[in-house]
Ligand binder design. Structure first.
Ligand code: NCD
Length: 466
């Protein structure tokens, strides 16, 4: 069975560790003089993947991701077919993702795709019989960048556990940030956010940190040792075990932070303003900058500064010669890490992947509620010809619908039963109804417009009777 890497959750922690062990074997065992701390370069070509072809489809600009995937495939002994400019393929003639993929999959053994639409890589994976790797889908996720980030943390800091990681910049639209926070939570790091004004982590990402990963959010004011650091917003701690507080029971009302737990930041992860995700009229307000002066505080003595690159103004060039800057190392690890990932997906690497998780049941209906995210692939005019809105039911109270493409969540307005043509305003019925009988509406008006009538009995009673 093929495995796709669409979100960072498509890999378990153990699988990530195994990939890293394999990536180590691709780097020179004895770095040449002066190279031990600097960027790393894989040498030569192996014959591991000499029977394989990578199809590389980039619908958005890319330097590191595209070149390092291509280089990785060449270093593995394989070959690459690619489109770096959608205007040179049938996309320019209006071809959909599903059609492009059903053609390209016959020409290659693995597909890497970058696309401006959130959820586009999921669509590609749904239509391909060969593994699909997400190289960035809009502002959603960028899981292989996270692999490079974690690999850098591991090489620089030895372990991923208990790290204090400061995230700076556009946390709202940065896809590298979204994949990274979930991984950090899973590996037990403390996440400290320093967003540009108005560009905090999006609500659905914050909710998932708390609901899916058991993170606990602590406002900065609760933390004495952060008082003197400007612009810090929130601290997310991965679980009660990682809570550096005296009394976990008190967290909401009275957090007692042990000073030493947050006295040093292990990583400062800087991101650029994602200008392409904004309409041209929108202006960015003051944007946090990381430079030598920022790093002069005692918290940053042993910090490693990372950046997925490209940088604009948010990361000063005066850190390039500072031993704390590790962003060029980070970019160089793109090759060994992507070699390990592709070799493993193709079944030629020493690491192995477990069977894919059985797909959860999802709710899907061409009528009724649609994904509220205008950048979701399911809202694209061309892709809409064949894509039907599809959601997981998140069992919170009230339950939420999480788009299976872009993972943005929406509250149900009311829930209808297709067989009885009645609707319930108590949306908790979603958790007990059979999904093929369900139609979710954004509002009661929408339900009525579709010819549904309000249920006469309260939801629980009428469902129990059936
Ligand atoms: C990032 C991306 O494309 O999301 N770049 C990368 O892949 N290294 C970050 C960015 O463009 O800001």
């Amino acid at each position: 069975v093929k495995r796709d890497i669409i979100t960072i959750d498509d890999l378990s922690n153990e699988e990530i560790e195994n990939l890293f062990a394999l990536a180590d074997t691709f780097l020179p065992a004895h770095p040449e003089d002066g190279e031990s701390d600097g960027p790393a370069r894989v040498r030569g070509r192996l014959d591991l993947a000499d029977k394989f072809i990578l199809a590389s489809l980039f619908y958005e600009p890319s330097t590191r991701t595209r070149f390092s995937f291509n280089s990785a495939m060449h270093r593995l002994g394989g070959s690459v077919i690619e489109s770096a400019d959608p205007m040179t393929t049938s996309v320019a003639k209006g071809e959909t993702i599903a059609d492009t993929i059903r053609v390209i999959e016959n020409y290659a053994d693995v597909i890497v795709i970058r696309h401006p639409r959130e959820g586009a890589a999921r669509v590609a994976a749904d239509y391909a019989r060969i593994p699909v790797i997400n190289a960035g889908d809009g502002g959603h996720e960028h899981p292989t960048q996270t692999l490079c980030d974690l690999y850098t943390f591991r090489r620089e800091k030895k372990s991923l556990k208990n790290l204090n990681v400061l995230l700076c910049g556009d946390l709202k639209n940065g896809r590298t940030i979204h994949s990274l926070v979930f991984a950090l939570a899973r590996f037990g790091a403390r996440i400290i956010t320093r967003p540009a004004e108005g560009l905090e982590l999006p609500p659905h990402v914050r909710r998932r940190l708390e609901n899916d990963y058991g993170c606990i959010t602590v406002p900065k004011e609760k933390i004495d040792s952060l008082a003197e650091i400007p612009d810090i917003d929130l601290v997310y701690v991965a679980s009660k075990e990682h809570l550096p507080f005296e009394s976990p029971a008190d967290i909401v009302v009275n957090v007692q932070l042990r000073k030493k737990d947050l006295s040093q930041f292990d990583v400062c992860y800087v991101t650029r303003f994602q200008s392409e995700r904004y309409s041209s009229g929108e202006k960015k307000s003051a944007y946090p900058v990381v430079d030598r002066e920022f790093l002069s505080k005692s918290h940053y003595k042993k910090t490693r500064v990372l950046h997925p690159l490209p940088r604009v103004d948010e990361l000063a060039y005066d850190i390039d010669d500072d031993p704390r800057g590790a962003y060029f190392q980070q970019a160089s690890y793109g090759v060994p890490v992507r070699m390990a990932l592709m070799a493993t997906l193709l079944g030629v690497g020493k690491a192995s992947l477990s069977q894919p998780k059985a797909a959860k049941e999802s709710y899907s209906n061409s009528e009724g509620i649609a994904c509220p995210n205008p950048r979701c692939v399911s809202n694209d005019d061309a892709e809409k010809r064949y894509l039907v809105p599809r959601f997981w039911v998140v069992p919170t109270t009230p339950p939420l619908l999480r788009c299976t493409y872009c993972e943005v969540e929406v509250k149900a307005g009311c829930v209808g039963s297709i067989s009885t043509r009645r609707y319930y305003t108590d949306t908790s019925v979603l958790k007990s109804m059979k999904l093929p009988d369900v139609i979710v509406f954004a509002s009661e008006q929408e339900a009525q417009k579709a010819g549904f009538e309000p249920a006469r009995t309260p939801a629980r009673k009428s469902l129990a009777a059936r």
